[in-house]
Ligand binder design. Structure first.
Ligand code: AMP
Ligand code: ZN
Length: 268
């Protein structure tokens, strides 16, 4: 089955979005989110795009160029967020400031800050949903990682559409590529000659995720798919949380604790 049909099936089965909603596609410039933008546009969804230039030198310049090219080619409205201008310093600087106080890996810090920005901006832009490029390999890895941490329940909120969080300040995130292998995405992007930055982020060094990816190289597609099947089975058994979401005492964004994850990192 081709990628487009699988994406259509995922959208229908999990009701992740409809054509009346405004979907903001978080485009990184990489192959995964580019394909999400390309396919949702092709399928006639009402999409706009959002890109954060993280200020990571020539790599970020190339990502922004790729995103602009895609949006110009397809006529998608694009919102650019200049991290350095808005936050006063580049992601690299913010990350090293956090790391001087806390021993956290690069991608973990960047991931929390990006999520915070994307949710806040999606709300400002009145989007109904945020679409990201997470694919089957990413999701299987995350589930596996949570098992290694001894906390599979951390995956409870995951899936083709975020569960368990219903709050007016939280924009639901959708993952149209949830059931698609990374290798198929790569092949599709190449075949369709999409503007994509294939190099990995220069800051993505020594993350827990990179270690898990090495383990996954040894897994067959069937094994990866089985991990996702385990996830599907477990998820249906987890009760929807009725825990109230707080608003961060510092920034006002949705938070599980009194202070959100982003402020917990950045305030110190
Ligand atoms: P990552 O956390 O880098 O694995 O990215 C996960 C998803 O977040 C991607 O598939 C994109 O949808 C989104 N994303 C990552 N980086 C950016 C960025 N610089 N600007 C906008 N969206 C991004
Ligand atoms: Zn906060």
């Amino acid at each position: 089955m081709n990628i487009q049909t699988k994406v259509e099936q995922t959208i229908d089965k999990y009701k992740i979005c409809n054509k009346k909603e405004k979907v903001l596609v978080a485009l990184s410039g990489g192959k995964d989110s580019t394909i999400v933008g390309y396919l949702l546009h092709k399928l006639g969804y009402n999409i706009e795009a959002f890109h954060i230039n993280l200020g990571l030198g020539p790599y970020s310049t190339r990502c922004e160029k790729a995103v602009k090219e895609l949006c110009e080619d397809l006529g998608i409205k694009l919102y650019l967020y200049d991290f350095t201008k808005k936050q006063g310093s580049s992601m690299c600087y913010v990350r090293s400031a956090v790391q001087s106080k806390k021993s956290l890996k690069n991608c973990a810090i960047c991931g929390v800050i990006k999520k915070w920005i994307i949710n806040k901006e999606a709300r400002r832009l009145k989007a109904d949903k945020i679409a990201t490029g997470h694919h089957l390999d990413d999701e299987a890895q995350t589930f596996y990682l949570n098992i290694l941490k001894g906390a599979p329940e951390l995956s409870a909120n995951s899936g083709p559409i975020t569960r368990n969080i219903s709050d007016k300040k939280f924009i639901p995130r959708i993952k149209p590529l949830f059931y698609i292998f990374e290798k198929d995405i790569r092949a599709f992007a190449k075949k369709n000659n999409l503007p994509v930055v294939y190099e990995s982020c220069p800051c993505a060094l020594d993350s827990y995720r990179i270690q898990i990816r090495k383990i996954f190289e040894k897994f067959s597609d069937k094994e990866k798919l089985n991990i996702i099947k385990n996830f599907d089975k477990l998820q249906s058994k987890i009760k929807k949380s009725d825990k109230k979401i707080n608003y961060c005492e510092i920034c006002g964004e949705p938070a599980r604790k009194l202070i959100c994850k982003k402020c917990e990192l950045v305030k110190i």
